[in-house]
Design a protein around this ligand. Structure first.
Ligand SMILES: Nc1nc2c(ncn2[C@@H]2O[C@H](COP(=O)(O)OP(=O)(O)OP(=O)(O)O)[C@@H](O)[C@H]2O)c(=O)[nH]1
Length: 318
């Protein structure tokens, strides 16, 4: 009778371990597998009889041995459970998943709990690793994060050129102005405007004009440093903020862009379009009350470049 009830108990425990949708692995102190439930078998294609008494590290090279031993140590020595969530480590066992393939990989995301299994004497000779499949939750979260990053980028960038849009550029410019007010280091701002751009639109059409705007944006970006903040300020007007750069260096740089543009040809359908730019530069001065005054100085220099014949670089105050 006693044997019967023990057998029955073993049977339902076996059924229970087999039917639950979580992985259960019992390891001894040598990290050899003692229990391997149906979930683990289904996802690894390794049957319990084959892996029993073998080191877990032999079968799963993706498991960082030192890391797992370090993690499981408190379960053995302090008898406390240990939790590892997918944000810390996406998975312990590299199992596939039947979810649609996304940019976040096609493996199963797992939360892991490591429980101490104490014997009657209170000694912990074994630990139980419980593996939860949290792929749906992880993919949702990662999907939302990607979407948020995309939205953040879209809200900063001008769609036609890929440069910063006016709003974001102005925000950065205002911040730089405040930094300059405190630090008083050399910094410059540049306004660039395409000459007689209306004629480009009138002669070749609006899409051709767009190609010219895009071409100039590329030239500006190529000539600038990573720390320069390049923006499309208006239709055919661009602004560059150059932190830590004195006016003399900027004059040299913008003169180079001006010459490059002069030589450049935009090919749109059967048309070869030539164009030029006018440039205004203003170095930071402590006398500016706000960033608007600093930008106005560059704008006035640009206006003088236009008035004095276009295709020119003019520095404010010179
Ligand atoms: N193709 C295209 N044209 C634009 C865009 N935004 C503004 N424009 C055009 O840019 C032209 C700007 O013309 P104006 O402000 O008169 O200046 P301009 O012809 O460049 O003359 P100057 O600046 O005095 O040399 C207008 O015809 C606008 O329609 C755009 O995104 N694409």
């Amino acid at each position: 009778m006693a044997v019967d009830s023990t057998l029955a108990e073993m049977h339902w425990k076996h059924d229970l371990l087999g039917s639950i949708e979580i992985g259960i692995v019992v390891l001894n102190k040598n990290y050899e597998v003692q229990v391997w439930n149906q979930f683990m078998e289904n996802h690894s294609n390794i049957v319990p009889g084959f892996i029993k008494d073998k080191s877990i590290f032999e079968f799963f090279p993706e498991i960082d041995k030192n890391w797992l031993i370090r993690k499981a140590e408190p379960a053995f020595s302090l008898r406390c459970p240990v939790f590892v969530i997918w944000e810390q480590r996406p998975y312990l066992f590299k199992f596939g998943t039947n979810r649609p393939i996304t940019s976040h990989g096609e493996h199963m995301y797992q939360n892991i709990t490591i429980f101490p299994l104490a014997s009657l004497s209170g000694q912990v000779e074994q630990i139980c690793i419980v593996v939860y499949d949290v792929t749906d939750e992880a993919l949702n979260r990662l999907g939302i994060q990607t979407l948020n990053k995309e939205l953040e980028k879209v809200s900063r960038v001008d769609g036609l050129t890929g440069l910063f849009n006016r709003r974001y550029w102005e925000e950065q410019f205002e911040l730089e102005f405040k930094r300059e007010k405190r630090n008083d280091k050399p910094a410059s701002v540049v306004m660039i405007d395409i000459d007689h751009f209306k004629k480009v639109n009138d002669n070749y059409g609006h899409p051709a004009g767009d190609d010219v705007i895009r071409a100039l944006a590329k030239l500006i970006q190529k000539a600038s440093r990573e720390t320069d903040v390049c923006g499309r300020y208006g239709g055919e007007e661009f602004a560059i903020l150059l932190p830590d750069t004195p006016v003399a260096n900027v004059e040299f740089l913008t003169e180079r862009i001006r010459r490059l543009v002069e030589k450049y040809t935009v090919v749109h359908e059967e048309h070869e379009i030539k164009f030029t730019i006018s440039v205004g530069i203003a170095g930071f001065e402590q006398k500016f009350k706000d960033h608007v005054q600093w930008l106005e100085a560059a704008d006035q220099a640009l206006y003088r470049a236009k008035l004095s014949g276009r295709n020119k670089v003019v520095v404010a105050g010179e």
